[in-house]
Design a binder for this molecule. Structure first.
Ligand SMILES: [Zn+2]
Length: 311
């Protein structure tokens, strides 16, 4: 009996991964993305037409170089001391937060939660070419509350569950690009296969990665009467074990539930990671902030749309 229950549980876990339970929400995101993709195609055609008139405009500008000599220096230089950074917040901030689970050499099972090394590498290189710089969840929280100078094009890359393949495959790619990420650990499975061990975590800490808690056992929190061990006691153990702030909590299965959110607030976390389609992040959503999941079946265009779509 116990064995069968185990088999069922394991197969449930494998098929559901840890994305949001609630098919309607996922479907609506997909639908929105599809609409966005369709909408993107037409403007690019008209854009080429508008480029021609600008050629005539340049000739008129070159004729007046001497006139504003005294007027120009006063306003511009003092405003932007660092051209690579911009002020974000206080208040709403806009940038993508991406969610991954596995990064594997070959996705044999076809799981939507496992991107290949090749996919991940192309995605990260694209981000780099576009000028994106990685920031931490803590940066977002600070920016929303107090305002913060951040890279002009921030992105937060998150990995749920703390799989060893992320350390083996994603970490070297990110390291080479000068990127860091945020990993949400399941406290009770650290050092167990196929999860990261203490040494891996120490390496990632040294590399500047951020860590959050993803509960003790990856339990479905809405079904629990006592959340303390999953949410709070596990956080305390992580803090003591790694001498690191664990200020963000990722809800297992991205299950949105008032009681869980309250427990996360009560425990002293400063944010809660869920999933959703927003790229605009606000104080009211800090305890279930939106992350967009990058699924294995996304092609590059779908990835680009997922990163750049503003909502
Ligand atoms: Zn998870």
């Amino acid at each position: 009996m116990k064995i069968w229950l185990g088999v069922i549980l394991v197969s449930l876990f494998l098929t559901s991964g840890c994305t949001q339970i609630g098919i309607s929400a996922n479907n609506s995101i997909d639908a929105l993305m599809d609409v966005e993709l369709g909408g993107l195609q037409t403007p690019s055609l008209t854009a080429t037409i508008t480029t021609t008139p600008t050629i005539t405009a340049t000739s008129t500008i070159t004729t007046t170089p001497f006139l504003p000599n005294t007027a120009t220096p006063t306003s511009t230089p003092s405003i932007t001391p660092d051209p690579d950074k911009s002020q974000f917040g206080p208040g709403p901030v806009l940038f993508p937060i991406l969610m991954y689970h596995h990064v594997v050499p070959y996705n044999g099972s076809g799981s939507q939660y496992a991107v290949t090394v090749d996919q991940f590498s192309r995605q990260m290189k694209w981000l780099k070419e576009q000028g994106f710089q990685t920031i931490k969840v803590a940066d977002m929280v600070e920016a929303i509350h107090e305002g913060k100078l951040l890279p002009n094009k921030p992105v937060i890359i998150t990995f749920d569950d703390g799989f060893r393949d992320v350390y083996d495959n994603a970490y070297p790619i990110l390291e080479e690009l000068g990127y860091t990420a945020t990993m949400y650990l399941i406290e009770g499975v650290i050092n167990k296969n196929p999860y990261v061990n203490d040494e891996n975590i120490d390496d990632l800490i040294d590399a500047g990665w951020e860590f959050g808690n993803h509960s003790r056992t990856h339990a479905y929190l809405p079904g629990l009467s006592n959340l303390d061990d999953e949410v709070c006691a596990s956080r305390q153990r992580l803090i003591e074990r790694f001498d690191l702030a664990f200020d963000s909590f990722a809800y297992p299965f991205a299950a949105k539930h008032e009681g869980s959110m309250q427990a996360v607030k009560d425990c002293g976390y400063t944010s809660g990671a869920g999933n959703g389609s927003f790229t605009i992040h606000i104080e009211d959503r800090l305890f279930f902030f939106s992350r967009r999941e990058i699924k294995s079946y996304f092609d590059m265009q779908r990835f680009i749309t997922t990163v750049t779509d503003v909502r």
